[in-house]
Design a protein around this ligand. Structure first.
Ligand SMILES: CC(C)(COP(=O)(O)OP(=O)(O)OC[C@H]1O[C@@H](n2cnc3c(N)ncnc32)[C@H](O)[C@@H]1OP(=O)(O)O)[C@@H](O)C(=O)NCCC(=O)NCCS
Length: 383
């Protein structure tokens, strides 16, 4: 019998809601205002004017770079794109049915064994590892996309931007400037978001003075879940399964009536529109118009209308419109969450480095609610 009082149980911060577990200078999620800020810069400003590479520079080094500094980082990032050949050969041995997120988590772990900086936690080693991880994650994902289909991986190009090179490595075709810029903006929008679940995992692992690769493999595992980054794939699977705009409202009403959740809606922090979702909604609308295929956007808009009526306090989140954006760009659904990782790794690595600058091991407490005063019974006497 548990002797824990309801008062003690009520003190448990379920899901760590309201707990402030780290101070950060990286991003500020203002849930009531619907604002997201990276190092003092509004996400909307960055999405309009910046690039993935420039925003990574801002996040890692603290200020918007000069042209010279940006060129240096861009050159380092593009030079680090190829994977060690042993790693590529190892990927060929994985079962072809393995999901891209599982492969990504496993290959990042293997890369840690190959990294010349090993488990060093010096600042300069961690900067170099952050560059390699950020550069190589797109190569892992695109390589697996081809290997899993029995094709040869496509070597990265060094002359393309981070976003354009990823799209190029999927099918060997240089993407249009429009497609590359859309992905570039999506990568800016997903880069950092306070102490979200995967970032918390990364910081917790870093807090034990483990190593960067352990922290990032753990974070990838956390991102994969459908309540976190896995939601963008769940959104698109839902839309494809519904197949027609007429099915959206009945599905939403039935799901809500049975207390189910609709992927791409709701957030722990935002009490108003998620600013990233507003940006992606605009992009999804423009892309639908330009591509001549408005089906997925129209279905998304319908779902949003129904939710606004049925659950006015639950808003769309970043994963809702990113789904139809990626799909309309021709990206396979099982690469949606890996694309989230392509961006978020810049945030994870920044957080690992920040954690180590003023580290204390993460060690929250738990409330024991199990039985007390049990006496050991020999196995022969147990029924
Ligand atoms: C993001 C999320 C995990 C936040 O979880 P949380 O802060 O723990 O919030 P809860 O799950 O406790 O939800 C609070 C209430 O809103 C409801 N709710 C939250 N998200 C909902 C959704 N997507 N659809 C329907 N109802 C939802 C819950 O059912 C709950 O209702 P109740 O109080 O009547 O039980 C949650 O909103 C969710 O599961 N969303 C769908 C998955 C998703 O899109 N994840 C990506 C996040 S960026």
């Amino acid at each position: 019998m548990s002797t824990v009082s309801p008062e003690a149980t009520s003190k448990v911060a379920r899901g760590l809601e309201g707990v402030v577990a780290a101070a950060t200078q990286l991003s500020d999620v203002r849930g009531n205002e619907g604002k997201l800020v990276y190092r003092g810069y509004d996400i909307n400003d960055l999405a309009e004017h910046s690039t993935f590479e420039e925003t990574v520079d801002l996040l890692w080094y603290g200020t918007l770079p000069t042209r010279d500094l940006l060129n240096k980082l861009t050159t380092k990032l593009s030079a680090a794109r190829p994977l060690p050949h042993e790693v590529l050969e190892g990927m060929e041995l994985l079962p072809k049915y393995a999901s891209p997120m599982d492969v990504l988590r496993s290959v990042v772990s293997i890369l840690g064994v190959h990294d010349p900086d090993g488990v060093s936690n010096s600042v300069s080693a961690n900067v170099r590892k952050s560059i390699r991880l950020t550069a190589q994650i797109p190569t892992i994902i695109a390589s697996w996309h081809n290997i899993s289909k029995g094709r040869k991986p496509i070597a990265p190009r060094f002359d393309l931007s981070h976003a354009a090179n990823f799209l190029y490595m999927l099918d060997g075709k240089e993407p249009t400037a429009e497609a590359a810029r859309i992905l570039d903006i999506a990568l800016i929008l997903h880069m950092d978001h306070g102490l979200n679940a995967s970032t918390f995992v990364a910081r917790s692992i870093a807090s034990t003075e483990s190593d960067m690769y352990s922290a990032i493999s753990g974070a990838i595992g956390a991102l994969k879940g459908p309540l976190h980054g896995g939601a963008n794939e769940a959104v698109m699977k839902m839309l494809v399964q519904l197949g027609d705009i007429s099915k959206v409202e009945p599905y939403a009403k039935e799901t809500l009536a049975s207390k189910g959740k609709i992927s791409g809606f709701g957030h722990r922090i935002y009490r108003t529109n998620d600013p990233r979702a507003l940006q992606l909604r605009r992009i999804a609308g423009d892309l639908a118009k330009h591509s001549g295929n408005t089906k997925w956007y129209d279905m998304s808009e319908k779902m949003r209308d129904v939710m606004a009526r049925e659950r006015p306090n639950i808003y769309v989140n970043v994963d809702f419109y990113s789904a139809s954006v990626y799909y309309t760009l021709g990206i396979p659904i099982d690469l949606f969450t890996p694309i989230f990782a392509i961006s978020r790794v810049a945030g994870w690595t920044a957080h690992v480095m920040e954690q180590l600058m003023d580290n204390r091991i993460m060690r929250p407490e738990s409330l024991y609610t199990g039985p007390q005063d049990q006496k050991y019974v020999p196995i022969e006497q147990r029924s």
